[in-house]
Design a protein around this ligand. Structure first.
Ligand SMILES: [Zn+2]
Length: 219
């Protein structure tokens, strides 16, 4: 599955640009059996769409499209608390639903691992506002959470356990993951004791020195 970043421009009723401190992921269904991820992304910037409604990521049987940065508010939960604190994922109802299911699971697993979260951080739209959403996934919700949990387990078993690495060695990795400068922290945990060539160390030190001299802050 490809992950495409195609952010919509800032606007009052879809993407305010307000930064948010996310603490969960909210799952939705699109409610439209014919629309693909591309269609949903297109609808967000269709001039005829006047609804104050948006989402962060939409996933179908082929791809996931990130429409709003994951650290910004989107209007998907039906209440302010949900919009301010939760990453909204729309799961398409079109195409091969088994593939869509697998893609949604893989997407949620990755987002959870990147943030050090678990299935306790996965919610339904219904849990915020009572709406019957995700309408296709609600009857299979326990099954979905089980698949997500197994996905997390499979990935963490594939990489060396972070608990076996000294905490101070993981400090830099944790910082870079939080700033989203690296993805897949478990992969990098597995490489944490690998040697770095001298030239790489020299380049990094030179860049840091240059940045400090030029007074650069967070890029
Ligand atoms: Zn919904």
């Amino acid at each position: 599955m490809s992950y495409i970043i195609d952010h919509i421009p800032k606007s009052k009723d879809k993407r305010s640009g307000t930064k948010a401190n996310m603490t969960s992921i909210t799952i939705h269904n699109t409610g439209n059996p014919r629309s693909t991820a591309r269609n949903e992304r297109g609808w967000l910037t269709n001039p005829e769409n006047n609804r104050a409604a948006s989402f962060h990521i939409v996933v179908d049987d082929k791809e996931a499209i990130e429409c709003i940065p994951l650290d910004e508010v989107a209007y998907h939960a039906g209440n302010a608390e949900g919009n301010r604190s939760s990453i909204g994922i729309e799961v398409c109802e079109s195409g091969d639903q088994q593939r869509t299911w697998e893609n949604a699971v893989a997407l949620v697993v990755r987002l959870l691992i990147e943030r050090g979260w678990g299935i306790a951080n996965v919610r339904t739209h219904k849990s915020w506002s009572g709406k019957d959403c995700p309408r296709l996934l609600l009857p299979r919700w326990t099954e979905l959470l089980t698949d997500i949990e197994q996905g997390i387990k499979a990935l963490s078993e594939a990489s060396p356990d972070a608990s076996e690495v000294e905490a101070w060695k993981l400090e830099g990795l944790k910082y870079l993951a939080e700033k989203r400068l690296i993805s897949d922290p478990p992969l990098w945990t597995g490489k944490i004791d690998e040697a770095m060539p001298v030239w790489a160390a020299m380049i990094i030190m030179a860049n840091i020195h240059r940045d400090l001299k030029e007074g650069k802050q967070d890029a």
